[in-house]
Design a protein around this ligand. Structure first.
Ligand code: MN3
Length: 254
């Protein structure tokens, strides 16, 4: 076999290949780094639920939802639910490491009534608020319901305006603290409302009629609006539509 001598250009090519291989190695290391980070994040999740970061600044929903309310609502109220939930979960080997969806989807599996109530209230508080933040967007990015969501809304309510009226009515008639929801149930959309921090994902706890896949929810606890709107819940609800992130809401359909 004739020994081949690399020409100058080929050496250059070889160097490039080596460089590329080193680069790929570095890429693999970087990927490894990401993997380690993901593992670390997983370990943190197992050790406790964390306050999610908002996708917009605290004043990003102004003037419809004010920055002071957002700061307290996210940084104090939501955080308190998480702290209480973590305390409850860490007290029980059965609950540790479970996702929030698993915990809330089978609350009746928690036999200790006090512990169950704590997970229901604070786990619900964590889930509901996470969902709420993800449902909102600065007014300039609010957008519109997708064509599919618009069709589903029209089929169930006649029009988007009629859906908003039914949603606001559910939110207005929720006595005391709670939530109003647009849910998808058996392939159709419906409006429901839940007291306290109950959510449409709490099977076996919330009445069957209120169980479904949440597409949109609004927090009607006074802490969600009182600083800006005082007793005028209707004004808060009217302003709320300006900051609904329809892109995120539409993606939940189906
Ligand atoms: Mn709240």
């Amino acid at each position: 076999m004739k020994k081949r001598v690399a020409k100058a250009g080929e050496v250059g090519e070889l160097s490039c290949m080596l460089l590329r291989r080193d680069f790929m190695k570095a890429g693999a290391l970087a990927a490894g780094g990401v993997f380690v980070s993901a593992q670390t994040a997983g370990a943190q999740e197992a050790a406790g639920f964390k306050l999610p970061e908002l996708a917009y600044p605290l004043d990003g929903l102004e003037p419809h939802i004010d920055a002071t309310t957002m700061g307290i609502h996210h940084g104090k109220h939501h955080l308190a639910y998480i702290t209480n939930l973590n305390t409850a979960v860490s007290s029980s080997a059965d609950l540790k490491g479970k996702s929030i969806e698993v915990l809330l989807g089978d609350l009746n599996a928690i036999k200790d009534a006090k512990l169950m109530a704590t997970v229901r209230n604070n786990g619900g508080g964590h889930w509901n608020h996470t969902f709420f933040w993800e449902s909102l967007a600065p007014a300039a990015k609010s957008g519109k319901p997708s064509d599919d969501l618009t069709a589903a809304i029209n089929a169930a309510f006649g029009s988007v305006e009629k859906m908003k009226e039914a949603f606001a009515a559910a939110a207005m008639t929720r006595f005391g603290s709670g939530w109003a929801w647009l849910i998808e149930k058996d392939g159709k959309l419906a409006i429901t409302s839940t007291p306290n921090q109950d959510a449409p994902v709490m099977k076996g706890v919330v009445p069957d009629a209120e169980i479904g896949k949440p597409l949109l929810g609004v927090d009607v606890w006074e802490h969600a609006y009182y600083l800006k709107y005082q007793n005028k819940r209707a004004d808060y609800l009217a302003a709320f539509w300006n900051v609904v992130g329809w892109s995120a809401v539409s993606k939940r359909l189906g």
